[in-house]
Design a protein around this ligand. Structure first.
Ligand SMILES: [Zn+2]
Length: 238
């Protein structure tokens, strides 16, 4: 086979591999981001429960203070019962005391509800924390695997790029430029095989019998008449 053609085939092999590796190198960091985002979401859930617990605790404290205020108010009103002069005033104070009692009962109910909520939230936060812990361990493992893959991809990419550079130097500058131009224009493939089906492996167009004959015996470089890719003969079907 023509020496330049062999080099072109090799170059195409390197470039295809580089394209695959570059796609991987771009995809893997996104995987890491997704792992971290999912972990952040689990942390947020725990934080939300904790904030709710804090709020409930504050509400509880404030309601308990209210109870003290009510008790104080009530004892003041009860003391007034001995001071009032008229029945009307007496009834008014009694009414006042009755109201305070009702408010107290309502506050006590609210306190009970808050305490129940606090208990439920304590369970919720414990469960969320356990889930987070499991997730953190899983995420650490997953991220390690992905980082390992990424390191391998980057290492191979550096190797293939340097091999390609060496091989590319074997081609005349004009041929290399032509190869690179076709590659850019033709979706990353500048060299295509032709096999038993007598079609261009790049564009699937038929190769004329005369051209096929030339290709099989070729000593010169040949290009596909419809897509312009460099062609080489390959006995095995594509
Ligand atoms: Zn073609």
């Amino acid at each position: 086979m023509n020496q330049e053609l062999t080099t072109l085939i090799d170059l195409q092999g390197f470039d295809s591999r580089i394209a695959t590796l570059e796609t991987e190198a771009a995809r893997l960091p996104k995987q890491i981001e997704a792992i971290q985002a999912s972990l952040a979401e689990a942390k947020k859930t725990v934080d939300a429960f904790k904030t709710k617990i804090d709020q409930t605790r504050k509400d509880l404290r404030s309601k308990e203070k209210d109870l003290e205020v009510h008790a104080l108010k009530r004892s003041k009103e009860e003391a007034r019962l001995y001071e009032v002069k008229t029945n009307k005033e007496y009834s008014a104070v009694l009414l006042e005391i009755e109201e305070i009692k009702q408010i107290k009962a309502k506050t006590e109910e609210e306190i009970l509800a808050l305490m129940e909520m606090q208990e439920r939230l304590a369970v919720d936060v414990k469960e969320a924390e356990a889930r987070l812990k499991t997730r953190e361990e899983q995420a650490k493992q997953d991220e390690g695997v992905v980082r390992g893959k990424l390191a391998k991809v980057e290492q191979e990419l550096a190797g293939v790029r340097s091999d390609r550079l060496v091989r590319a130097k074997e081609l005349p500058a004009s041929l290399l430029a032509s190869y690179e131009r076709i590659m850019k224009a033709r979706g990353g493939t500048a060299v295509a095989s032709v096999g038993g089906a007598s079609i261009c492996g790049g564009c699937r167009m038929s190769i004329r019998p005369q051209a096929l004959l030339e290709l099989r015996n070729a000593t010169d470089l040949m290009t596909c008449e419809s897509c312009g890719r460099y062609l080489y003969w390959q006995e095995t079907p594509q």
